[in-house]
Design a protein around this ligand. Structure first.
Ligand code: PDD
Length: 281
């Protein structure tokens, strides 16, 4: 096992020595939240936005935030390598209680775990990936970055078993997001992504793309997308902190446009790379 240094409850220690109690509510109930924060050359990308989302996730499930933003930065920085593109995985659970009871225990201390991994770029990025559409079987708090990801992993696994990179989730005929990504589509020349709300995670990558589209006069809107409309899209992208912007070239065995990543993706991919670079110059 990779024996890198991780952070657990105030200590830096080798990964194989980092242990939590079986009575941790994260283990027993999935009672916790997480963040995934990319780091380019040792600089955490859009750190404030990730902290804002972390604060919202914590307050949504009523876990007190154990640290302020400056303390979080101090905790996470020693895990980073300045020479690599990496991402921090940060998880906070409600903590350990001496009995298993669904209701919140009293006087519990949140468990904090953080580790850093290298970003491995998707091999077939330039040729695009395949996706399937599946019924969105998740709950009503998809805006909370909860560790309770059973639905998401089952949906992603369905995609993988069909040779696809992602499952695109559909609720009542409308596309919400991917199992672990947000979705964009180019329809009639306009770049569209579903609006924020409790049905999607407010992705940080999604926000950066909307800002880049605005700055660069790329026609765009936050609007609902029906599955029927998605099937007519000239481009479909999936976005996340670990995969950035991934073009989809096949949906449910049907080829999108000419089966190659489209011109708006090419442009946005370049803009995104340049923007990342500019953030740590
Ligand atoms: N997931 N929607 C879902 C359900 C996600 O899990 C993610 C990211 C996103 C994209 O958010 P962002 O751009 O902030 O990464 C949207 C992370 C990477 C994960 O679970 O590993």
């Amino acid at each position: 096992m990779d024996n890198k240094t991780v952070y657990l409850n105030g200590q830096y220690l080798p990964l194989n020595e980092a242990k939590i109690s079986v009575m941790d509510r994260g283990f027993l109930f999935g009672d916790g939240i997480y963040e995934v924060i990319p780091s380019y050359s040792g600089n955490l990308f859009h750190f404030q936005e990730h902290m804002e989302r972390l604060e919202n996730s914590l307050s949504s499930i009523r876990i007190p935030n154990p640290h302020d933003r400056a303390q979080w930065l101090e905790i996470l920085t020693p895990l980073l390598d300045k020479n690599l593109d990496q991402y921090i995985y940060l998880q906070i659970t409600r903590g350990v209680s001496d009995k298993r009871d669904h209701a919140f225990p009293e006087n519990v201390t949140p468990t904090v775990f953080a580790m850093c991994s290298n970003i491995v770029p998707l091999e077939n990025l330039e040729s695009g990936v395949k996706a399937i559409s599946v019924d969105d079987s998740r709950w009503e708090l998809c805006n909370v970055k909860a560790t309770t990801l059973l639905a998401n992993i089952l949906l992603r696994q369905q995609a993988v078993e069909k040779g696809c990179a992602e499952a695109i989730l559909v609720k009542d005929g409308y596309v919400t997001e991917g199992a672990a990504s947000n979705i964009f589509a180019v329809i009639d020349g306009v770049l569209i992504t579903p609006p924020q709300g409790c049905e999607i995670l407010p992705g940080i990558t999604r926000n950066v793309i909307l800002e880049l589209a605005e700055k660069n006069n790329i026609p765009h809107s936050e609007d609902i997308i029906s599955l029927d409309a998605l099937q007519t899209a000239s481009e479909i992208w999936l976005t996340s902190s670990t995969r950035e912007i991934v073009p989809v070239v096949q949906l449910d065995n049907e080829t999108i446009a000419n089966g190659k990543p489209g011109p708006i993706w090419q442009n946005m991919h370049q803009l995104f790379q340049a923007y990342k670079q500019s953030c740590h110059e």
